[in-house]
Ligand binder design. Structure first.
Ligand SMILES: [Zn+2]
Length: 116
């Protein structure tokens, strides 16, 4: 898999984890079972986020941020079995993802797409 794509997927996972840290539901669930997150967990996530961002193309990162506002946690999505976008379920032209070159996006919704 394309390195940039791997970075984008990681970035999305980190952003999801950071969101979860903010979630009151999660905090109260953790409190109930007496579970405490390590103090530096957020710092570690943010450090990792910074190092990923540093390697990403600015334009790509901008695109990611814009789509994250729109689609929340499904900005980088897999192409489903029969060639449908894992985000909007539009059909992806078969030549698009298999072709070489940079990161591909869904022609319908613009999400970053990849084959599992
Ligand atoms: Zn789509």
């Amino acid at each position: 898999m394309n390195d940039v794509l791997v970075s984008l997927i990681k970035l999305q996972q980190i952003d999801i984890a950071l969101d979860e840290l903010e979630s009151e539901d999660l905090k109260s669930a953790y409190n109930k079972i007496g579970f405490k997150l390590k103090e530096n967990y957020r710092d570690l996530l943010e450090q990792e986020r910074k190092s990923i961002i540093a390697k990403l193309d600015k334009h790509l990162l901008e695109q990611y941020e814009i789509m994250r506002k729109k689609y929340k946690n499904s900005v980088v999505v897999p192409v489903l079995n029969k060639g449908f976008c894992g985000g909007c379920f539009a059909s992806i032209p078969s030549g698009l993802v298999s072709g070489r070159g940079g990161v591909k996006t869904c022609p319908n919704c613009g999400r970053f797409i990849y084959y599992r």
